[in-house]
Design a protein. Structure first.
Length: 493
């Protein structure tokens, strides 16, 4: 390609402005890594209040009052500083009727889906499609529109029948379980052609699915780990879309997410009581004692301290963690849990913590600083997810010398090397992998971790192995760039 590769990264969330999960982290880190590889990546975001407040140097660059299916909106050009890097260009959709409200990006303060989500993210997709075509009011036009999850899944559907020039479309699935399903009347409401409402199009079991549309019409599909790319082609993790994904397997690629290695670095982390490295792991114990004090636990250097930072739901295996907690604490050991989610699971965890005040502590909610202190302070990190497309905390944990216990699924299987004699010998062991997720299987894996923890020489080797692994975005960004280059061969320069 003669000119610099241009990519429009379309996303519904970006850390630190708005984040509900891994998508927010990816949206912050991947564009930065792409720009370091001489790719002109720019973001397209909904204009939530926190986005409008967080971006700088805003200027109006387009008016979209002519889109009759949607409330009037304008497009702002702005800059956003991400990860301590130079500012990244962003386009923000300023539509007060759809985005100016309290609550989260998808739900209100009571946890209920916004009733007009079909329009809110239909608008995101529609404007993403316009900016990716020769109808764009901007001089800057992308070679590739990179869509993320269901919220931008209609971009390739809107572009499908467009007669003029249009960018290629890459669709990334961060979690197939969330599919953006709406009633069939939404097809007309969104201005999609009625002929698209069939099995070879946007129709999904009698409804409209944003994600199905993206998977069907996109030029290429990626997901966030090679193992997850295989898992979603069959039940149960295909969630009804396994047939389509299997049929498109030649256009499906798994690329493991990276992590922000500036934000997550035990050597420089501003949230820690004491910074440390693989050469000064003795200082990790200072963070453990500080976390024990902060969480009201008995300060004991010898007790293994387990931790979990997670959404509290069935997917994440929170119910298994609750079931095993008394047995885990009886090892003896300690447990710290940070997260929020299902109200019943939150309550059960809180009751357990009150029953074991010296050994178990629970904080309900999201606390970025505390999440860093948990990663640094605990001895072993628990991720008993039933499925996990990629996962980030298992990579944070290894980087912080905190071997994780994980289920062999998705990106967890791709990024954690089980501690067995062969992997200890070859220097690759970095955690503990549960092959079959059950209460017995998980407890057996935890017991293996405790045995290793009691052998200080073995534990140090596992810690150092994990800390030496490269989880930066550079390799992953290069893999995305290669796909962009392939897709962009038929777009303008």
């Amino acid at each position: 390609m003669r000119s610099r590769l241009r990519v429009l990264f379309i996303t519904s969330e970006v850390y630190p402005l708005c984040k509900t999960g891994g998508l927010g982290d990816v949206s912050a880190a991947l564009p930065v890594a792409l720009r370091a590889l001489r790719t002109d990546a720019r973001l397209l975001l909904p204009g939530y209040p926190q986005v409008l407040a967080g971006v700088k140097y805003q200027s109006k660059v387009a008016d979209f009052s002519h889109l009759t299916q949607f409330p009037p909106s304008t497009l702002l050009s702005a800059r956003l500083s991400l990860g301590g890097s130079a500012a990244v260009p962003v386009f923000v959709i300023d539509c007060p009727g759809l985005f100016q409200r309290t609550g989260g990006p998808y739900m209100d303060e009571f946890g209920r889906d916004w009733p007009d989500n079909v329009l809110r993210f239909g608008l995101l997709s529609k404007i993403g499609a316009i900016l990716s075509s020769d109808d764009s009011p901007l001089a800057w036009r992308p070679h590739v529109a990179h869509c993320n999850d269901w919220q931008s899944g209609l971009v390739p559907a809107y572009l499908h029948d467009y007669p003029g020039w249009k960018a290629a479309v890459l669709m990334t699935v961060h979690n197939l379980a969330y599919q953006g399903i709406f009633p069939p009347g939404s097809v007309a409401q969104l201005g999609l052609p009625q002929r698209s409402f069939n099995i070879d199009g946007v129709e999904y079991y009698g409804n409209l699915s944003f994600l199905k549309a993206g998977l069907y019409y996109a030029d290429h599909i990626t997901t966030v780990s090679p193992n997850y790319a295989q898992e979603i082609q069959t039940e149960p993790l295909g969630f009804g879309l396994q047939g389509l994904l299997a049929a498109r397997c030649d256009r499906l690629t798994g690329i493991v997410n990276g992590i922000d290695t500036c934000e997550w670095d035990a050597v420089t982390d501003i949230h820690l009581v004491k910074n440390y490295s693989s050469r000064s792991l003795a200082d990790k114990a200072i963070n453990k004692a500080a976390l024990q004090r902060q969480m009201g636990l008995a300060v004991d250097a010898e007790l293994p301290l387990f931790g979990a930072v997670s959404r509290l739901n069935y997917q994440k295996g929170t119910d298994l963690l609750i079931q095993l907690a008394p047995q885990l604490l009886g090892i003896p050991a300690q447990l710290v849990v940070l997260g929020s989610g299902d109200a019943a699971l939150e309550h059960q965890l809180s009751v357990l913590a009150s029953n074991y005040p010296d050994a178990m502590a629970v904080r309900i909610g999201f606390d970025e600083a505390l999440s860093h202190r948990v990663e640094a302070g605990v001895d072993c990190f628990l991720m008993p997810s039933r499925f996990e497309p990629c996962g980030l905390n298992q990579m944070y944990s290894q980087r912080y010398g905190t071997p994780p216990v994980v289920h062999a699924t998705g990106g967890l299987k791709d990024t954690v090397i089980d501690c067995v004699p062969a992997t200890l010998a070859d220097g690759s062991a970095s955690g503990f992998v549960c092959a079959s997720l059950s209460s017995g299987g998980l407890m057996h894996t935890i017991s293996r971790a405790v045995l290793a923890y009691r052998n200080k020489r073995t534990w140090l080797r596992i810690q150092q192995n994990g800390m030496m692994k490269d989880f930066s975005w550079r390799a992953s960004a290069q893999a995305y760039r290669e796909i962009y280059l392939e897709l962009s061969e038929n777009t303008v320069n």
